[in-house]
Design a protein around this ligand. Sequence first.
Ligand code: NAP
Length: 444
Amino acid sequence: MNITGRTIQLGVIGNPVSHSISPRLHNTMIEKMNLDYTYSAFRVTEGEAGKAIDGMRALNIRGFNVTIPHKIKAFELCDEVDPFAEKMGACNTLVNTNGVIKGYNTDGAGFIRSLEYKGIDVKGKAVVVIGAGGAAQGVAMALADAGTEKIGIINRTKEKAEKLAERINTYYPDLACCYEGDFKADIIVNTTSVGMNSDETPTDNLDMLKKEAVVCDIVYCPRETAFLKMAREAGFKTVGGIGMLINQAVIAFELFTGNEVSKETVDYLYRMTELEESIVLTGFMGTGKTTVAKRLCALTGAEFIDTDEIIEKETGMEIKDIFAAFGEEHFRNKESEVIKRLKNKKGAVISLGGGAVIRRENIDLLRENNMVFCLEADIDKVFENIGGNTASRPLLSGKTKEEAKALLDSRREAYKNCDFTVDVTNLERGQAADIILELYMGRD
Ligand code: NAP
């Protein structure tokens, strides 16, 4: 990236924003389309949206995406509002043209495009929307806008579903209602937060669906929610929430730059974020697996999974105590059992304990559907990273550097069974994440 005095600034404002995937999505589009823009994340606390928008004018920043908690304030503060954002009463995109700021809302259109991307047309369809919050409004209003025939809304708090139906009907008369099982749906979409990082489903009842129906979830962490898994196993086509996230960014980017984003670039964003094959990290203690895994999650928006954490949660014991009470073999059996369960996991970054490679079958199993990367470092780097704190690492506790080196050397052969090895000895902490993502993206 070559930033000059002419480079045009874009960004996202919100709080929190440090976890936001928007910078990665937009900067990837900038790079792929060879445009002279740059996109940053700005943490703007509640009550400060006005100053940020004044700053946008003063600094001649071309575009902002707006996220929690500023979407309504941005709507109130912009100079002009796009008709769809007007119906929403909230903006997620602001475009600054010579000091005049126009507000848009691309969330709902992002959902519709995510369906189109998978070849699904909503025109004339009967749709059930689960949820009645901010996202539900965007999705339902966009469905109405795109020519859906009817919309039934289900929500835990029925009054909110009634209110949402009423609001939709203000603009699209008699289209929406509270769903009472009165029609079979072509499409159902979960817009509640149920299923986010959990195994819960917003409903277990799929009887309301036609045989060829499509089941969607706008929750994207995990990539395949329990709701989508249940639907897929019941034979329905499914669409996950990452597509909505990608496409709301694509539409915003088109508004910022006036350039259409090519199908090829959109495909690239899908590949980058869907992680059809999970990324598995292994490597010796102290090579920075957790830091790299978390950075990979920040870059891709993927789910973070740590096998040691799963074992500790399921046994209610710390790893060092499992070793002390039952020995290494017992721990390795438990670890292999957890790995077996993760074999088909999609859309995740999985960090393994450093000794998981000792059993070749663990790596072979994970390599069937995923890409396995090994982080390597020399023993000085390992000791530098763990800062002499070996107490919580049962296999290093009380060992000299020479003994630790012997253990590391004894594993080197096993590490070669991974798909790729990345030497982190001379890298900054976490820097390996960018290298791994490049390797992952160029895997074919
Ligand atoms: P929101 O305004 O707070 O609305 C939350 C909705 O979830 C409400 O309908 C609420 O029902 C329902 N809900 C929450 N907990 C529930 C539970 N335990 N059981 C049943 N219903 C429950 O939130 P939002 O902004 O609409 O966001 C909802 C989800 O959409 C979030 O997970 C968010 O990450 C996701 N999202 C995804 C995208 C994307 O691009 N893929 C974009 C926006 C949002 P009540 O009315 O009864 O409280």
